[in-house]
Each structure stands twice: as structure tokens, then as C-alpha cells.
Design a protein around this ligand. Sequence first.
Ligand code: FAD
Length: 394
Amino acid sequence: MTDSLEAELAVGADAFVREGEGLEVAVVGAGAVGATTAYDLAREGVDVTLYDRGQVASGASGRAAGLCYDAFADPVDAEIGGDAIKRFRAFSGDDTFPFVECPYVWLAREGDADRADAIRDQIERMQENGVVALEGDADALEDRFPTLRTDDVAVAGIAGGAGYTDPGRYTACLAAAASGAGASLEPNTSVRVRTDPSRVVLEDGTEREVDAVVVTAGAHTKRVLADAGVPIAMKPYRVQALVARAALEEPMCYDASSGFYLRPHPEGLLAGDGTEHVEADPDDYERGADPDFAKDLLERVHRRLPGADLELDRAWAGLCTATPDRDPLVGELLSGLYVATGFQGHGFMRAPAVGERLAKQVLGGGGIDAFDPTRFDGDESFAIVDGMAIDSES
Ligand SMILES: Cc1cc2nc3c(=O)[nH]c(=O)nc-3n(C[C@H](O)[C@H](O)[C@H](O)COP(=O)(O)OP(=O)(O)OC[C@H]3O[C@@H](n4cnc5c(N)ncnc54)[C@H](O)[C@@H]3O)c2cc1C
């Protein structure tokens, strides 16, 4: 990477406060968030080790759909989403990973008045935040996206700061960039975490004391931290997705009334839906799709894309992570112990900005107040809610 590109990539976080030289940090989990954090720490001269119990991107980041957008009504989410999009654009390229610009449309159908009102309200709030989001009706959508069925649409939001990528390739690229910046990569190394002093324990019992441990272990984060005696309010939950052969150039679309999303994919289109509203076991969940999942989802996709000739290629499941207020847990939990989890199905698209901010906090900068992981005690009981669901809370 050139120096000017390096400078361009530091889009969100302010200058790092503490010198990285001489600091040792262990990052536990080489998904999109951990790989980005390791990269940003290594660039500051920190002695970083990035551990993963499997391979890079062997968790949710290797199973994600790769939709990315800044279309958030909340100002903090919008800023993070916007910074992440800038970094996706800056990092992507022939030698790294593709980032395909693609408008994002989210819609409510006629008869779904509550969601339609919520979408109108979201668009207004996004515009106040400076997000490029327009309100469209059925006619406007039909003119712009003729492949979408629009006659049943009550209202749609159309966001321009959006695109899609291959999450596995992004994560591999950032892990390689971290390594290039001096980080050590330790795949196939499951670690345990201990506090006071901060340290990681390898499977053979070897302990390594460090200045900070950053736990970005995805669905395993709660288990890793519980083992260290630190409870967090997070629950993993299962979601499913599929790839079908079909022609779709744009847009990416979330049909809020029907509860599914879709995007173009090099092999056709990628679609996914909902949420299993029960806590999943990250060591023992069904990685294949349910028997009826693809048939049911493809019927709903067909209703939205009536001209598409949909043929299932593959379907799978993975885990997302929920919190009581649907905001992630990102930041310092205890002195020398940091966490990033609870992204409610939006962790990949925020990884470039969250990793940068987390690295900055490890180096003495301020955290993201709204995501402060200490806002919960860790023993809260709460229901799992679909992260994309549109309701009065959105
Ligand atoms: C089907 C599906 C579709 C999705 N679509 C999108 C989308 O379109 N856009 C979006 O933004 N998000 C999406 N998500 C959510 C997204 O995948 C996650 O929010 C994001 O990938 C989380 O990244 P992460 O780095 O926090 O965790 P992960 O990618 O899960 O990485 C955690 C890593 O930690 C490792 N690990 C665990 N325990 C240990 C240990 N003890 N020691 C060492 N390593 C350990 C794991 O092996 C894993 O590699 C989707 C998720 C799924 C399942």
C-alpha cells in the first residue's frame, strides 16, 4: 500500500493517542472485526498477535452475505457505516477484493402501514445525518429498477452509499495486510483469556502476558469471556442464506414486509432471511440450511423478482450475535480487556470502521459511547430480535 493510500484509509478515527511501539496486544478471533483491528494496531507499531481457533474467516465472516450500507437512522450508526464504506472503497481493488457499488433499497408493502411509516421516519432521520437516502414510491422504483416488482410497494428508501463484497476475501485481505504491517498470525490456535494481568492461555497451557487482549471471537465471545469470569449480555442466533442462479444487476433489496434481503452475486443472486429467535450453541449448531428454507425463501424472492428464473445453487446457516438494545458491545470491558460483538447481523459492514475505532481505543483514544460494553451487567434477560427488522425501535 502507498503512503497516500494509508493516509486515506485513516478516515474515521482521530489520531492515535498512545505510541504503539513497545505495546503487546493479543487479538482473539480473525474474523472481519479482529483482522481489521489487528491491521490498525500493527500499522501503529503495536506488537500484535491475531489468534484464531480455525482459519481466518472461519466464523460468521466467512458465511456472511456481504451487504454494506450507511443507511442507518441513528447518527452514530450512520457515521460508522459511512466510514466503513469509505474504507471498503479504499481497500478494494484487483489485488485485494471487489467492492461493487450498488444502491440499497428497503421497502414496505401496501397494507403494512406501521413499517411504511417507520421507513418514512428512518429516511427523514438519515437525511438529517447527511446520509444520501431518498424516499420513493412504486412508480419511482419501477422506473429505476425495472426487474423489481413494485405495484405492491407502499414506500421504499433508496440509499446510494452502498455496495457488496465477498466477506471472506475482505477478511483474508485485512489479515494479510495486518501480517504485512508486522502482526503475527496464529491460525488453528484456540486461546483462553485471563485478566489482571491481561493474558492469553494456549491449549498446551502456555500463558502469554500482554498489555491488552481484544476479544473479537464472534459467536464464541460470550463463552470466551465467561471463562475469564466476565459475563456479557450477548446471545448468538442462527440465520440462513442462499445463492441462486438468476440474472440481477441491481439493486440490493430488503423487503421489510416479507423479512428477507437479496443482492446481486457473481453467480446470480444471494438472498437471506430472518432469525431463529433462540440462543444458539456456537460449538453445536446446524451449519446446513433447514430443509424448507430455500424453497420458502425462493418463493418470496420470486414474488419480488417475477421475471427471474431462480435455480438454487447452495444454502447455508451461520451465527449472528444479539444484545438487549440491538447495539453492539464495542470497547473496554475491564482494564486491558476489550471486546467487539453483538452486531445483530451488521458486523461485517461495520468492521472497517469498528476495527479502526477499537484499535484507537486500545491506544488510549476515546471509545464509541453508544456501544460501551459496560452499559450492561451481563446477566440481563432479553429476547433475540432480527437486526434488520423495521419497527418503531429502528
Ligand atoms: C448468513 C449470514 C449473513 C450475514 N450477512 C451480513 C451482511 O450482509 N452484512 C453484515 O454486515 N453482516 C452480515 N452478517 C453478520 C456478520 O457475518 C457478522 O456480524 C460479522 O462477520 C462478525 O465478524 P466478527 O469478526 O465479529 O466475528 P467472526 O467472523 O465470527 O469471527 C470470530 C472468529 O473468532 C474465532 N474464535 C472463536 N473463539 C476463539 C478462541 N477461543 N480462540 C481463537 N479464536 C476464536 C472464530 O474461529 C472466528 O474465526 C451475516 C451473518 C450470517 C451468518
